[in-house]
Design a protein. Structure first.
Length: 316
């Protein structure tokens, strides 16, 4: 027995340094990978942050890499004046917040119907919903524009106003109407996220509520929604960020009303600067101003966002 114990101790003492070396090697490899990926992701942001505070003299100074030699706020001032930043910021925040809340309600209702209400053709309809995720928006650009340029719902506009149609271009109504009907930006994906989460809620809870006299909407509001906080947070952040960064639909529906994405596109033409390198530096500063509110928002909600993604059907 003692010889066996001695052999075991010899085996452990011989291979313990090897196991410890493997463990530290894996820790080193994992650290290098994490640091490398973080650098790749954060490098453009740090570069724009450095460029935003450089003077025109620092552009051609090879010794200036990250920290500006001649610190200035002129780039921020020019970018704010050229893009009419605060007006564009308020319009962008208004559109993003309103469409996010409307999409949250409409997509959750549609997803609850697909997850819990069985009706003929539900599988086909849900397949069409998934199909909207992969359809390029450019394919429906012309009919979508004409729908809101000559808007008339079943002839009711002409019946009550005497006009042939309503022109909803350069208003927020196209975003509100498309979001309320769950046909807005990325709404197919939001419906899919909600449906996957609702299907994970035990059916017995809804059946118990039905026995207690709760209807479909009461069960949805009092039971399903309070238990779907992770999905709600996920859709809320996705919807807000994608609408904030959208340039396709806002350029299609808004001609006179300026938002941050279209202001950045017009910024290059508004700058009267002969130096193309300095113009590029000002455009980088404008991009930094556009994403700054999103960065600040992420600093406060990133923990809830990561937890909500882990608990939704995205990873399942």
């Amino acid at each position: 027995m003692s010889s066996k114990t001695a052999y075991t101790d010899l085996f452990v003492s011989r291979y313990q340094p090897l196991e410890k070396g493997k463990r530290w090697a894996w820790v080193l490899i994992r650290t290098v990978l994490v640091v490398g990926f973080c650098f790749i992701i954060l490098f453009p942001l740090f570069q724009r942050l450095s460029i935003a505070f450089r003077s025109k003299a620092d552009i051609y100074d090879p010794t200036v890499l990250w920290i500006p030699r001649n610190f200035t706020l002129d780039n921020l001032r020019i970018a704010i004046e050229t893009t009419n930043y605060f007006e564009a910021l308020s319009n962008t925040a208004l559109i993003s917040a309103s469409t996010t809340l409307i999409q949250l309600v409409s997509c959750a209702l549609a997803a609850y119907a697909f997850a819990r209400l069985q009706f003929r053709g539900s599988g086909l309809l849900f397949g069409l919903v998934i199909f909207t995720i992969i359809v390029p928006p450019q394919t429906i650009m012309i009919p979508l524009y004409l729908t809101y340029r000559y808007f008339d719902l079943f002839g009711l506009v002409g019946l009550f106003t005497g006009k042939d149609s309503l022109n909803l271009i350069d208003t927020f109504w196209p975003f509100i109407l498309s979001s309320s009907t769950a046909m807005g930006l990325k709404n197919g994906l939001y419906i899919y996220i909600f449906r996957q989460f609702f299907r994970g809620i035990p059916k017995e809870i809804g059946e118990a509520a039905l026995v207690d006299g709760a209807g479909v909407f009461r069960t949805f509001l009092r039971i399903v929604v309070p238990n779907a906080v992770p999905a709600v947070v996920t859709v809320l952040l996705f919807s807000f960020v994608w609408q904030w960064n959208d340039s396709y639909y806002v350029s299609l529906f808004l001609k006179q009303v300026k938002v941050l994405s279209t202001s950045l596109m017009d910024m290059g033409m508004g700058l009267r600067e002969p130096d193309p390198v300095y113009t590029s530096m000002l455009l980088n500063t404008g991009v930094l101003l556009a994403i700054a509110p999103l960065i600040l928002m992420y600093l406060f909600v990133q923990r809830y966002f990561v937890e909500s993604v882990e608990r939704t059907g995205i990873v399942g």
